[in-house]
Design a protein around this ligand. Structure first.
Ligand code: ADP
Ligand code: ASP
Ligand code: MG
Length: 412
C-alpha cells in the first residue's frame, strides 16, 4: 500500500480535542487507502516545562538524564494518539524511539539519526496495522541510552521516516498554514509561499524560523523527500500549504524571499586579548570542546598588540562558554582583561537565492535599519543570506521594516 508520513506538532496535539481532530485527519488518509506513519510531538508547552525542571535541578546538567526527561512528552502523545485511532476502529499502535529502533549518535540533546530499520514496523503493517504512531524527537544511542534530536526535532523524525520507508509524501501539520515570508506572528503582512526552495528553507530554519527544524530540511533535500507544511486546524486539499522543493521547480522568485529572526542569541566579548598567531584557535578550540555553538565572530582592529574578540552563541550556552574560557585562562592558554556577556541581543536575517546574482541587498538592509535608528552590532553574510545582531528590543521593528523594504508582501 502507498505510505504517508504525517507529523503533528505540539499545538496540534495540545489537548484531547486536538488529538481527536488530528486523528480524524489521519483517518481520512487511511480511508483513501494509505498506510500512515504518524509522528507526534509532545503537547504544547510540555517540553519547555520538562527542560525548566532539569535546569532548575542542575544548570550544567548531565545531557543523558536531560534526554531521559525531555523525551517523555512524546511518549504520552504517541500512546494517546494510538488509543484515539483505535477508538475510531483504525488499527494502530504506538512506538517509542527505542522500540523502532531509531538509531542515533550519542550526541545527547543534539543527536543525529544514523539509521531507521524498517522491519519491525513493516511486519506490523503486514499484519493489518494501518497506522504506526511514533514518538518524535527521540532515539537510541549505541550505548543503549535514550537520545533527543534537539528542539523541534520531531520534524526531523518525520522526514527521516519518510526517507527510510519511501513515503509518497511527508506532511508537517502545524499551527500555521504554511511557510511565510516571515513569522506571521510578527507582521500580518507576512505572505504564505506556495513553494520554497530547499536552500532557502534551510537558511531560514537555521537562522531561527521555527516552522521546520534545520536538520529535517537537510534530510529532505538529501533524500528528495516531498515535504509539505500545512495547518492542522483547517480542512486541507491535496495542494494546501507550502511545498518545500528543488529550486528548479519554482518559476518566479524575489531576490529576498524571507526574513528570519532568533531571540536565542548572546554576544560575548573578550576584552583585550593578545593579538598573536594562534589566538583564535586558543579561544575557539576550548569553546568547541565544551560544545558551544559559536555563530558570528568579529575581531576588532588591534592597538598595541591587543584586540577585542566578539562572538555570538545560543543564550543557554553562555555559562558553558564562560566556564571554558575562564579555564583556558587559568591554564595560561589565553589572557584577557574581561569577559562580557550581552544576552539582550537578537539576530535578524534576510534570505534569498536571488542574492547570488544581485548585489545591493546588504546596502539596502543596512540603510533600512539605519532609517529606523537601529544600531548593528555584528554582521555575517553568506551567498544567500545577510544576518545582523541588534538590540533585542528592536527585533520586531527590524523584521517589519525589512519585510516592507524588500516588499515581501508582494509576489514576484
Ligand atoms: P510545531 O509545534 O507544530 O512544531 P512550531 O512552533 O515549532 O510548531 O513552528 C510553527 C511556528 O513557527 C509558527 O507558529 C510561527 O510562529 C513560527 N514561524 C517562524 N517563522 C515562520 C515562517 N517563516 N513561516 C511560518 N511560520 C513561522
Ligand atoms: N517536543 C520537542 C520540542 O518542543 C520536539 C518537537 O516538538 O519537535 O522541541
Ligand atoms: Mg516545531
Amino acid at each position: 500500500m502507498p505510505l504517508l508520513v504525517m507529523k503533528f506538532g505540539g499545538t496540534s496535539v495540545a489537548n484531547i480535542d486536538r488529538i481527536r481532530r488530528a486523528a480524524k485527519r489521519v483517518g481520512v488518509e487511511v480511508a483513501k487507502g494509505y498506510d500512515v506513519i504518524v509522528i507526534v510531538s509532545a503537547m504544547a508547552g510540555r517540553t519547555n516545562e520538562l527542560v525548566e525542571w532539569v535546569e532548575d535541578i542542575s544548570p550544567l546538567y548531565d545531557a543523558r538524564e536531560y534526554d531521559a526527561v525531555v523525551s517523555s512528552g512524546e511518549v504520552v502523545t504517541a500512546g494517546l494518539m494510538a488509543l484515539t485511532l483505535q477508538e475510531m476502529d483504525v488499527p494502530a499502535r504506538s512506538w517509542q524511539g527505542w522500540q523502532v529502533p531509531v538509531l542515533t549518535t550519542s550526541a545527547h540533546s543534539a543527536a543525529r539519526i544514523d539509521e531507521i530499520p524498517t522491519d519491525n514496523i513493516n511486519a506490523k503493517f503486514g499484519e493489518g496495522m494501518r497506522v504506526a504512531v511514533v514518538a518524535g524527537f527521540q532515539g537510541l544511542s549505541p550505548e543503549g541510552r535514550i537520545t533527543t534530536l534537539g528542539r523541534g526535532g520531531s520534524d526531523t523524525t518525520a522526514v527521516a521516516f519518510a526517507a527510510a520507508f519511501g513515503a509518497e509524501r511527508c506532511d508537517i501539520y502545524t499551527d500555521v498554514d504554511g511557510v511565510y515570508t516571515t513569522d506571521p506572528r510578527i507582521t500580518d503582512k507576512a505572505r504564505k509561499l506556495d513553494r520554497i526552495a530547499f536552500e532557502e528553507m534551510l537558511e531560514l530554519a537555521s537562522l531561527g524560523a521555527k516552522v521546520l527544524q534545520t536538520r529535517s530540511v537537510e534530510l529532505a533535500m538529501r533524500y528528495n523527500v516531498k515535504l509539505r507544511v500545512l495547518s492542522s486546524f483547517e480542512e486541507q486539499s491535496d495542494d494546501a500549504g507550502t511545498l518545500v522543493c528543488a529550486e528548479e521547480e519554482i518559476v518566479e522568485s524575489n531576490v529576498v524571499n524571507g526574513i528570519a529572526y532568533s531571540r536565542d542569541e548572546a554576544k560575548m566579548t573578550l576584552i583585550s586579548v593578545a593579538d598573536r598567531p594562534g589566538i583564535a584557535a586558543a579561544i575557539f578550540m576550548p569553546l568547541s570542546e565544551a560544545g558551544v555553538n559559536v555563530d558570528m565572530i568579529v575581531q576588532n582592529i588591534s592597538e598595541e598588540g591587543r584586540t577585542d574578540m566578539t562572538f555570538s552563541c545560543p543564550t543557554n550556552q553562555v555559562k558553558r562558554a564562560e566556564q571554558a574560557l575562564q579555564e583556558a585562562k587559568a591554564r595560561g592558554e589565553i589572557n584577557f582583561h574581561d569577559l562580557v556577556a550581552d544576552t539582550n541581543v537578537a539576530k535578524v536575517s534576510a534570505v534569498g537565492i536571488g542574492m547570488r546574482s544581485q548585489s545591493g541587498v546588504a546596502a539596502q538592509m543596512f540603510k533600512t535599519l539605519s532609517d529606523e535608528g537601529i544600531n548593528i552590532k555584528v554582521i555575517a553574510t553568506s551567498e544567500i543570506k545577510i544576518s545582523v545582531l541588534i538590540d533585542r528590543k528592536y527585533m520586531e521593528l527590524a523584521v517589519q521594516a525589512l519585510h516592507d523594504a524588500f516588499e515581501l508582501d508582494k509576489a514576484a
